[in-house]
Design a protein around this ligand. Structure first.
Ligand SMILES: [Fe+2]
Ligand SMILES: [Fe+2]
Length: 309
């Protein structure tokens, strides 16, 4: 365990150790040191995972990232892509615009910040993420639903060349799309039979509940992801809910989550029925094209070979 040398004030962490550790799927954070407002956090991302830097009100930190191993792709503010490799160092003081990073391989890097972020990130976001996973399970999905929606949404977002800011919000918005279902009573969420009109009315409020919950955290990246959550059941032809928005009134990021969520609902096994094969699900989306943003459907079809199922 942690070795300290009181005479010199030095703490020694051996390989694999950390003061605190957080593991989310695809991401492991290890707090190496914390003092005088500064934090050093070791990040491990598995291939395909995303990570980001965001500006925030009152946030003036110096932030830096030193690559230890692997390949990390960074999309810059103007949409240009660069690859970071072992030995590369990137910093900002402060970060002015969202930056999104994608792990092309398993990646390890040291992140430092002159303002503490570890608990902030680890508590609030982790709580919401685990809430989102739990609630989908209550609604008959497996624990992987949120992760799949996030992975597919980011795939489509990249195909559609969304800006790094939009991708940063899409990352959270897609994962947390259904978190508002936590406010829908279990008697409605778990009801085996048909819902009454009144029960449907409550069920259809989950996107709004979700936006409110993100808003309540006060975290900038979640505030901005709120509208994505609120609009994920809106449909391009105006047949969705809760606001009955249509066409360009719906944010492109939500339009992506909408088509991905439908595809996933068709292809995955739910507790009450098995999923259908990929090709049939794509045919089904094709038949109901008018409900979805045409570019989002196109992006889904373009990624056809990368879809599971
Ligand atoms: Fe939903
Ligand atoms: Fe969903």
């Amino acid at each position: 365990m942690l070795e300290a040398d009181p005479d010199s004030g030095i703490t020694l962490l051996r390989s694999g150790e950390g003061l605190e550790r957080v593991s989310l799927k695809g991401l492991e954070l290890r707090l190496l040191a914390s003092g005088d407002g500064t934090e050093l956090i070791l990040h491990k991302l598995s291939a395909g995972s995303h990570w980001g830097l965001s500006p925030a009100d009152g946030w003036t930190a110096l932030e830096g990232l030193f690559m230890i191993s692997g390949r990390l792709r960074w999309t810059g503010g103007a949409g240009d892509k660069r690859v970071l490799q072992a030995g590369d160092f990137l910093s900002a003081s402060p970060v002015l615009k969202e930056a999104v990073f994608v792990a092309e391989t398993d990646v390890e890097f040291l992140y430092c910040s002159s303002q503490p972020v570890f608990h902030h990130y680890s508590n609030q976001i982790r709580e919401l993420m685990s809430l989102a996973v739990d609630i989908e399970q209550k609604d008959g999905y497996t624990a992987d639903h949120c992760h799949r929606i996030m992975r597919l949404s980011m795939m489509l977002g990249e195909t559609m060349a969304l800006s790094s800011t939009e991708l940063a919000y899409l990352n959270f918005g897609s994962f947390l799309h259904d978190v508002g279902k936590i406010k829908v009573p279990d008697s409605i969420l778990g009801k085996p039979g048909k819902l009454t009109d009144e029960e449907w009315r409550v069920m259809r409020m989950h996107p709004t509940f979700g936006r409110q919950m993100l808003h309540e955290t006060g975290l900038p990246s979640l505030l901005s992801a709120g509208p994505i959550v609120e609009q994920h059941h809106e449909r391009f032809d105006g047949s969705g809910y809760p606001l009955r928005l249509k066409g360009s009134e719906i944010s492109v990021a939500s339009a992506i989550v909408a088509v991905v969520d439908s595809y996933d609902a068709l292809t995955t096994n739910r507790v009450y029925r098995p999923g259908i094969p990929k090709a049939e699900a794509l045919d089904e989306i094709d038949r109901s094209r008018k409900m979805y943003h045409p570019e989002a459907v196109e992006a889904l079809f373009q990624n056809r070979d990368r879809l599971d199922g």
